[in-house]
Design a protein around this ligand. Sequence first.
Ligand SMILES: *[C@@H]1O[C@H](CO)[C@@H](O)[C@H](O)[C@H]1NC(C)=O
Ligand SMILES: *[C@@H]1O[C@H](CO)[C@@H](O)[C@H](O)[C@H]1NC(C)=O
Ligand SMILES: *[C@@H]1O[C@H](CO)[C@@H](O)[C@H](O)[C@H]1NC(C)=O
Ligand SMILES: *[C@@H]1O[C@H](CO)[C@@H](O)[C@H](O)[C@H]1NC(C)=O
Ligand SMILES: *[C@@H]1O[C@H](CO)[C@@H](O)[C@H](O)[C@H]1NC(C)=O
Ligand SMILES: *[C@@H]1O[C@H](CO)[C@@H](O)[C@H](O)[C@H]1NC(C)=O
Length: 503
Amino acid sequence: MKLGLGAFAALLGGAAIVQAQCPDYTTFSQVPQGNKSSGPLALPYMRPAPACRTFNSSAVEKVIDDMKARLKDPDLARLFENTFPNTLDTTVKYFDENENLAFIITGDITAQWLRDTANQFAHYHSLLSIDKGLATLVKAVINNEARYVSQYPYCGAFQPPPESGLPTSHNDWADGVLVHPPVDNRIVFECKYEIDSLCGFLKLSRSYYQATKDASFMNDNWHTAINQIFRVIDEQSQATFDDDFNLVSFYNWTGGNGALSPAVPNGGNGEPKAYTGLVGTHHRPSDDISVFAFLTPANAMLSVELSNLANILDSAQQLKNVSQLARQYSTRIHNAIWNTTLVNNIFAYETNGFGGRYVMDDANVPSLLSLPYLGFLDKSHPAYVATRKVLLSRNNPYFAAGKAFNGIGGPHVDAWHPWPMSHISAIFGTDDDQEILNSLYLIANNTNGLGLIHESVSIYNPSDYTRPWFAWANSYFAEMLLDLGSRKPHLIFNDGKPYVPGR
Ligand SMILES: *[C@@H]1O[C@H](CO)[C@@H](O)[C@H](O)[C@H]1NC(C)=O
Ligand SMILES: *[C@@H]1O[C@H](CO)[C@@H](O)[C@H](O)[C@H]1NC(C)=O
Ligand SMILES: *[C@@H]1O[C@H](CO)[C@@H](O)[C@H](O)[C@H]1NC(C)=O
Ligand SMILES: *[C@@H]1O[C@H](CO)[C@@H](O)[C@H](O)[C@H]1NC(C)=O
Ligand SMILES: *[C@@H]1O[C@H](CO)[C@@H](O)[C@H](O)[C@H]1NC(C)=O
Ligand SMILES: *[C@@H]1O[C@H](CO)[C@@H](O)[C@H](O)[C@H]1NC(C)=O
């Protein structure tokens, strides 16, 4: 028997998961591979060969079989089959149960983003109570991230843990960047400060606890990480100047020679901010620089996740002081959102505390369009309904529409490349069947015949798309189809009966 490197890795019980004969998935994902679905879109089967998959879960396979048997449109069934397992099929670069460490890449870039990881596993939450192996993997992801956050709470993307023996990646985009506090590039891939990265870590932690009731991940690493998150919240809630006009700067980031981004004003601090009760951020969930520091949807997510943190700490009878603080901050941020970001029922995407408002939306979650998905408000709330109307119209500078595709994008690619992800958020935010079907088929029709969800698609030319391998987008799509399966079964299932995995 010929053992591939992957098999050796498995025998050694947890080295890096490397499969020598397996094609690179960035290349693989750009060419139609297996059988085509029998619907009009004829979407190819795009899962890697079993021997090339980076993690196996029988619970995940069962959900795929269940959904394929129920989905009435074979094209949607194929999309589900390709997207639901994509995180496990392609992104688990390293997992060692004994070390309690796992390294999860975002897809086509070999680095672990705190935000992406939380989203890459969100659609598996209901399976953690029935698949012990999968739960152990997620616990190892949390522990690896707890270590990152303990050391570098201002950073969002990281290198493999040294235990993995994996090489670090060079990030061209971090060349010439001046960042304070300084970072070690052997640990940090990119140190952009995005408050929602920390929310991602909190969300993954509480989802694991909610599904398993296992509090063993709340170790010293995790406690340190939680304390660091509170430190960042305190530091970033402060105004740019104190009463005597001393500069208050705990983090600053700007490009020097060679940085592939423009210099950031005010010594890398960005636009000044005044105290409002919100928590500032330096970059957006797209990794683009913020225009104003107070990003409404990131604060919404923070408010929700702090409240969830308090609930799991109370349930696990741990850190009463932290749970009280978490509730207090959650309420403060919640009130500040309603008090300072809303005008005529329209939320601003960003504010600065001086009256500056940027009314727009960016596709990356947390976004304004995803406020119901984040758990901040109900999709029927008048402020959401009114804001949504603006976001999905020409009044949002980053909405664009062409013959085949439309939606919300962002400056990360450009204003004429909307993101399929915006339609997924839109679906989570409405009960209107027609709107749901329209968004669903805009996504399905625009995979460039590849059966995977891409980052962005041009409104001028739907075969002009970005990121062939983007695990978060695939996971978010599958999560949305599962949600429709329980919320709107008549729209997508043969039998019209609701389906909830793991029940
Ligand atoms: C898919 O293709 C393989 C050959 O690559 C074939 O053996 C198999 O029957 C096909 N399956 C379906 C469902 O068409
Ligand atoms: C997943 O299962 C296949 C066999 O179906 C095996 O070849 C592969 O090595 C497994 N992957 C991992 C990471 O264990
Ligand atoms: C940048 O941040 C560091 C703290 O990390 C601070 O000491 C320094 O004064 C800041 N510089 C500027 C120009 O704000
Ligand atoms: C909570 O209490 C623990 C133990 O006394 C302490 O180490 C930690 O710093 C406190 N955390 C906060 C946020 O006050
Ligand atoms: C902010 O909102 C809360 C609750 O809605 C309210 O009690 C408080 O007075 C408001 N504060 C300001 C400054 O408007
Ligand atoms: C998707 O494509 C089909 C043709 O295959 C077309 O009938 C339908 O209108 C398209 N839907 C959307 C929302 O673009």
